[in-house]
Design a protein around this ligand. Structure first.
Ligand code: HEC
Ligand code: HEC
Ligand code: HEC
Ligand code: HEC
Ligand code: HEC
Ligand code: HEC
Ligand code: HEC
Ligand code: HEC
Ligand code: HEC
Ligand code: HEC
Length: 312
């Protein structure tokens, strides 16, 4: 706690003690404690524009036309909290739950309000997740006051655009030569990540990287008769997830990719090194096109009885 916060706390406590001693209660304390629900008609008197835009959202439709409980009938106040104190003193920012940075309501308080209705399901791992720990607010990604996106009440038109507002590095990665068709709109960050939290780092939707990749690339799931160990272990041994300047999202160009792990006995004299080239070794067939895979074609695994070296 900063010195300033401490002082403020001290002053507030002193003020409370004094008011108790005097038998009076400070005005703002009364309002905060006794604020009651006034109904949306009152809010709309001053917030005409906000209410009009809000009218296009799923919350407005559900709460107005088909409220399932008292909580939903509170409408604006279901999110912003009881409003009578705010109506009496619109300048005091502590009398109402606001979701903009300038209003200053603590992020934890904001999120708790949304979670009252949205706990569990996709958000089962929200508490303690990377975003929750970094004090990201629900309203950093969502703007329930208007309909900017087809679905999900997002701040921007799409999922990935929303993520890019903070994750510029990933935007740059998806601009590299090789990438999955995310910038082309065929998938989004949400195809692989659950921004609300997950049991698998980093916010992956599945229990492991391989399970994630296999959810779309089913043919790579295996099991194969002859497994290639690094494939079974983790697709990230050879591939980048977001983008690469090498073909096929590879982490390194071939044959160097293979040579990171293999210093073969069989191909000793063929290994692509300057020494071997100087000694008359001919690396050409090992370098052109698919290099090692000209022969070891089934690099993800083989189901051929004679596929032990992934040659077929
Ligand atoms: C008498 C007019 C009036 C009424 C009625 C009123 N407000 Fe406000 N409200 C204001 C004004 C003025 C501000 C801006 C205060 C400021 O910027 O310091 C404000 C600010 C807000 C904000 C914060 C905006 C931000 O910057 O984050 C919210 C949320 C809000 N009002 C919601 C409501 C709700 C919900 C109701 C109904 C319970 C309501 N208001 C009723 C006048 C009103
Ligand atoms: C589902 C929750 C929810 C409901 C219901 C809701 N709001 Fe909001 N409101 C928010 C959030 C979140 C923001 C912050 C939006 C942003 O970041 O710009 C907000 C922002 C505002 C603001 C600040 C101005 C702005 O648009 O940024 C006002 C004023 C406001 N709301 C008034 C209302 C009124 C009036 C109603 C009812 C007609 C209402 N809200 C219903 C969640 C809600
Ligand atoms: C009073 C309960 C309540 C509160 C509070 C509430 N919501 Fe909702 N929300 C709902 C209901 C009901 C729906 C309609 C869909 C459903 O039944 O799940 C919904 C839908 C949504 C959707 C999905 C919209 C879509 O198009 O699919 C999002 C996103 C959402 N809420 C975010 C928020 C955020 C962010 C907050 C806090 C600022 C919030 N909600 C506060 C009840 C609530
Ligand atoms: C880092 C960004 C981010 C944050 C933070 C975030 N969301 Fe979401 N939320 C999303 C995205 C992306 C979707 C999917 C939208 C789509 O596919 O249309 C979504 C969908 C939803 C939905 C609709 C789907 C469902 O689960 O029923 C609700 C409700 C929702 N979020 C509530 C919340 C609440 C409550 C919080 C705060 C505790 C929150 N979100 C925080 C990004 C976020
Ligand atoms: C308001 C800013 C903000 C937005 C918007 C946002 N993030 Fe984040 N994200 C963060 C912060 C802060 C962290 C934690 C610090 C870090 O690792 O950079 C984080 C971390 C992450 C991580 C790493 C988690 C880990 O365990 O290391 C992933 C994955 C992620 N975000 C995905 C998303 C996705 C997907 C979206 C869009 C749906 C999104 N983020 C939108 C701020 C944001
Ligand atoms: C095809 C699936 C996929 C898509 C689409 C995807 N990611 Fe990832 N992301 C991953 C995987 C897998 C990792 C873990 C990489 C690792 O372990 O080396 C990761 C890691 C991350 C991290 C942690 C830091 C890092 O870069 O390793 C962040 C942050 C992140 N992703 C954000 C995003 C954002 C933002 C988007 C959308 C622009 C996105 N991701 C799209 C699969 C994906
Ligand atoms: C949501 C579905 C989805 C997920 C999950 C997914 N992919 Fe993809 N991937 C695609 C699509 C679609 C393409 C483009 C296919 C095409 O163009 O024929 C692609 C293409 C690729 C390519 C070829 C890239 C190129 O430059 O041609 C590689 C390599 C790849 N994915 C690896 C992975 C890995 C590794 C994972 C796990 C981190 C993964 N994918 C997860 C959908 C997915
Ligand atoms: C040992 C390194 C290595 C590992 C580990 C690896 N790959 Fe690959 N992958 C490659 C190479 C090399 C290519 C280039 C394609 C070719 O020429 O056969 C490729 C190509 C691909 C392609 C695009 C071409 C095609 O065959 O569809 C996809 C999709 C792919 N890999 C998915 C995966 C998935 C999913 C995993 C994890 C289960 C994985 N890879 C693990 C080396 C690897
Ligand atoms: C991340 C390390 C790694 C990378 C990268 C890698 N491999 Fe492997 N590879 C292994 C391991 C570990 C084995 C299992 C070795 C064993 O069982 O003795 C293996 C086995 C093999 C085998 C069968 C060897 C045998 O003795 O049965 C061949 C052939 C092979 N890899 C070729 C390749 C080719 C071609 C590439 C490049 C496209 C490549 N590998 C990339 C780690 C790797
Ligand atoms: C011209 C075809 C061809 C090319 C190109 C080729 N290989 Fe081979 N590789 C073979 C054959 C044939 C065997 C032996 C199979 C046997 O003995 O059962 C083999 C065996 C292997 C083995 C297992 C035996 C050992 O030496 O450990 C590995 C690992 C291997 N190759 C990796 C590679 C790598 C890495 C590259 C690229 C630098 C490569 N190969 C390029 C044909 C090739």
């Amino acid at each position: 706690m900063s010195l300033r916060q401490l002082c403020r706390r001290g002053l507030a406590a002193a003020a409370l003690a004094w008011s108790a001693w005097l038998g009076v209660v400070l005005p703002s304390t009364v309002q905060a404690a006794e604020a009651s629900y006034v109904g949306e008609a009152v809010c709309i008197r001053c917030h005409v524009f906000e209410a009009r835009h809000f009218g296009h959202t799923l919350h407005a439709r559900t709460f107005r036309q088909n409220p399932r409980n008292e909580r939903e009938r509170q409408l604006c106040e279901a999110c912003h909290g009881p409003g009578s104190a705010h109506v009496a003193d619109t300048a005091n920012r502590e009398l109402l739950i606001g979701y903009t940075r300038r209003w200053g309501t603590p992020v934890a308080r904001q999120n708790a309000q949304c979670l009252e209705c949205h706990q569990g399901r996709q958000r089962i791992f929200w508490p303690g997740s990377a975003h929750a720990s970094a004090e990201v607010a629900c309203s950093d990604c969502h703007n329930p006051m208007a309909r900017y996106s087809e679905s999900g009440l997002l701040r921007t038109a799409g999922v990935s655009e929303t993520c890019y507002t903070c994750h510029a590095q990933q935007r740059a990665e998806f601009r590299k030569r090789s990438h999955m068709p995310l910038p082309e709109g065929k998938m989004s960050c949400g195809s692989c990540h659950n921004p609300h939290g997950s049991a698998t780092r980093p916010l992956l939707k599945t229990n492991s990287v391989n399970e994630l990749c296999a959810s779309c690339h089913a043919e790579k799931r295996g099991p194969y008769l002859w497994e290639h160990a690094p494939v079974r272990e983790n697709c990230m041994n050879c591939h980048e997830s977001h983008g690469s300047n090498h073909e096929m999202l590879l982490v390194a160009p071939r044959p160097f990719l293979c040579q990171q792990c293999h210093t073969n006995r069989t191909h000793q004299n063929k290994l692509v090194t300057t020494v071997n080239q100087a000694n008359g070794g001919d690396p050409s067939t090992w370098l052109i096109g698919r290099s090692c895979q000209t022969c070891h074609a089934q690099i993800h695994g083989s189901n051929h009885p004679a596929g032990v070296r992934f040659l077929r």
